[in-house]
Design a binder for this molecule. Structure first.
Ligand code: GTP
Length: 241
């Protein structure tokens, strides 16, 4: 492909929400959506991009919601972490159906179904061209999977976090509710925090800011967008300093 030499990000951390896997279903994983994500990732095959993935669990269980209804927060968060393991395995299966080598590493040890998270091993897998799916969030309650994405991105020394959403980028207000919403092409971490723009939670944004890790918020539902971002096309919103 012609844009091969223009790869601007060599190692990425892709953050997918659990809801992104819902598709037309009300819960669980829609195989068509998992398959679509795999085909988007397959488009990167000739670019030699190293890919880590963190997926949320909201399509199966939302820890914060359950705790607001009275469930113990720590228990609810652990249930959410287990949900991310289910999603990670679904994603691994979809990627492998497309012949893409993957390894799932879990921050909560469950060796029968996934490798434990070992930073050096993860980097080695990436260097060998395998996609590493980081399951189980950070392994701690009170942290979101966005924070897990920031943490793992830092640990594997990713060049960027690519945060997949259902809209084109970061807007000044909810673009689904307000047709006049304006999308930012670039925005500073501090503005995301002070304007409470809900790109990622404050812990995740702060971690990126402290370590100058850029975040690109983009629409996963538009075909070719992941490849476009990696090849330097001005897609979505760039969050940086
Ligand atoms: P290299 O040998 O470094 O190239 O990596 P590898 O992942 O191919 O080798 P390894 O022998 O570590 O793993 C072989 C297979 O077993 C891979 O599919 C791993 O994901 C899997 N595997 C390794 N460790 C574990 C574990 O603790 N639990 C589970 N469930 N699978 C594991």
């Amino acid at each position: 492909m012609g844009d091969k030499n223009k790869v601007v990000y060599k190692r990425i951390l892709l953050k997918l929400s659990g809801e992104a896997l819902l598709g037309k279903q009300s819960s669980g994983v829609d195989p068509d959506v998992a398959n679509y994500i795999a085909t988007e990732i397959k488009l990167l095959a000739d670019l030699n991009v190293q890919i880590g993935i963190v997926v949320g669990g909201g399509n199966i269980f939302r820890g914060l919601e359950a705790s607001s209804k009275g469930m113990d927060r720590t228990t609810a968060d652990y249930m959410g972490m287990l949900a991310t393991v289910i999603n990670s395995l679904a994603l691994q299966s979809a990627l492998e159906m497309h012949g893409i080598a993957t390894r799932v590493q879990s921050s909560i040890e469950m060796r029968e179904i996934a490798e434990p998270f070992i930073q050096r091993k993860a980097v080695r897998h990436l260097e060998k061209g395998r996609i590493v799916i980081f399951a189980g969030g950070t392994g701690n309650p009170y942290f979101t999977t966005d924070t897990a994405a920031s943490l793992r991105a830092m640990e594997i020394k990713a060049d960027v976090i690519m945060k997949a959403t259902k809209v084109d980028g970061v807007y000044d207000c909810d673009p689904v509710k307000n047709k006049a919403a304006i999308m930012f092409k670039n925005i500073k971490y501090i503005d995301v925090l002070t304007k409470n723009l809900k790109v990622m939670d404050a812990t995740a944004i702060s971690l990126c800011r402290d370590n100058l890790l850029p975040i690109i918020v983009f629409n996963l539902q538009k075909k070719g967008n992941i490849r476009g971002v990696i090849c330097g096309k001005k897609i979505g919103t760039y969050v940086g300093e």
